[in-house]
Design a protein. Structure first.
Length: 131
């Protein structure tokens, strides 16, 4: 039986999948992603994050430490991915689709219909840059 004290909102508390078989709750505030480079305790393992996409991203993002899994729970989102040759490609996420974002490639979201996206992502080295 699950106690209500054991449950949490994945949008405000991420899960850190530790190396091996462990998992830990990570409280999140508005500064979390701006400060990710200083959160060295999150460098090993993966973060499980639920994000609401209500508007197009205002920045690019990349994960040099590993691939990121994106799973669309609802809505309609295009992921724009910068390619090594300087071009871009679009990954259309529709109808509970998933994709693997390649390591180190800049990407951003274009929202066609607001929705929730589940991320499984490395915390180490995550970078952001403005559009």
């Amino acid at each position: 039986m699950t106690d209500a004290a054991d449950t949490f909102d994945l949008k405000r508390t991420y899960i850190h999948l530790l190396p091996g078989t462990g998992a830990a709750r990570i409280p999140v505030d508005d500064a979390f992603w701006a400060e990710i480079a200083t959160r060295t305790e999150l460098y090993d393992g993966r973060l499980v994050v639920l994000s609401r996409y209500a508007a197009d991203w205002t920045h690019w993002e990349r994960h040099p430490a590993g691939e990121e899994v994106l799973f669309l729970l609802d809505g309609a989102v295009d992921m724009v991915v910068e390619q090594a040759d300087g071009g871009t490609r679009v990954i259309a996420l529709r109808g509970r689709a998933a994709c693997i974002m390649p390591r180190g490639l800049w990407h951003r979201g274009i929202v066609h219909e607001p929705g929730d996206v589940l991320h499984i992502t490395p915390g180490a080295g995550t970078e952001h840059r403005p559009l």
